[in-house]
Write a protein that binds this ligand. Sequence first.
Ligand code: HAM
Length: 422
Amino acid sequence: MISRPRGTEDVLPEEVGKWYFIEEKARLLSWQYGYREIRTPIFEHTELFDRGVGDTTDIVEKEMYTFKDRSGRSLTLRPEGTAPVARAFLEHHLEAKGLPVKLFYLGPMFRYGRPQAGRLRQFHQFGVEAFGSPDPSLDAEVIDLAVAFLEAVGLKRFRLLLNSVGCPLCRGEHRERLLSYLIPLRERLCPTCRARLERNPLRIFDCKEESCQQVVASAPTITSSLCPECREHFHQVQGYLGLLGIDFVLEPRLVRGLDYYTRTAFELVVEEIGAQSAIGGGGRYDGLVELLGGKPIPGIGFALGLERVLLALEAQGGVPSRDLVLDVLVVQTSSLLKDKAVTLLKRLRAAGLKADRDYLDRSLKAQMKYANRYPARKVVILGEEEMSQGMAVVRDLASGVQETIPYDRIEEHILKAEEGDN
Ligand code: HAM
């Protein structure tokens, strides 16, 4: 038997209702906040991520699904959505219609990590990206949307960690301070951090190795090197979050695992789901569009990992679900009535009802069991005796109430009863 690849998941019909539920909330809220959906390809030119995400990040160094296609081009399954959305923004000149351009996406991402609870090789993100404004109130809006989504899906306990990682100007100064702190401690760093020390010392903050974490604990933080403009921006972001009533925790060691961030960086965490506690993260990336060959257009966004959101909801008492409940199952008591069942089913569906029938010529009892298990709200029973007078029985499965209705008017009757229920 062939099984699914490691680190991937099947969403079975019983579970898909949860996905409908959270995806619907994501779409609805995004629209309410003025974000429109964008769909980009699942794979991109590898160079987009090398440049966009940064070639000294864990994602690019160790986690990408990169392959050559038949003509020898290097392609990569997208490990994240920001670089692809920025690429599409540029490629289609979306700025031409006026800034800001506010976009959202839902879809699978791919990272080759070691699978564990909450860490998959194919996972799904709900993300937003807003291009064209450096205004700190936009940072607050983006964070507000992430928080509103988590609240809308029913998450009760989560924390928002907030930091500013500054601009290239403050980062230059910070780099020097950091290097003079780190170089004497070089031997205590893991091999990866040692190797990328000079190229990207900030990455050490993101390293999970115990030895590196210890070194980082007393390292100078970027927040203490912010230039006056970045400091003011950060101050204002906090002010707007206060206005919106959003609680946050300042986390000066939060740097995020991708290189494009400038200024605001944030993460949403839920302790109850174990080591992979970040259910989402984001921040500003004012240099990304330019880095990809466009004008210097600022941007900010977030992405939430939907599997982790579902894990968090389960840890906190369950996930609401949009389940498929059938309005009506058509049951026939004799194979002579099959034509009547087939045409009635077509009529019920044409009337907008969710309807189905038994395809196995089972006994009445077995069909009723099937209706209960489906589950269905009502069954229509076509019996020879009633049908000889042009009638059929409609039974409500919850109440057990049964009525005899003209065969020609069954859909009308069921629709009317449903209106009454609502
Ligand atoms: P990220 O922090 O790399 O940011 O990923 C965002 C979220 O995706 C994580 O917090 C986590 O919930 C989920 N995630 C990441 N990797 C995995 C995995 N292997 N298995 C399950 N879930 C995972 C970004 O991707 C940025 N593009 C976010 C962003 C948008 N920044 C600005 N705009």
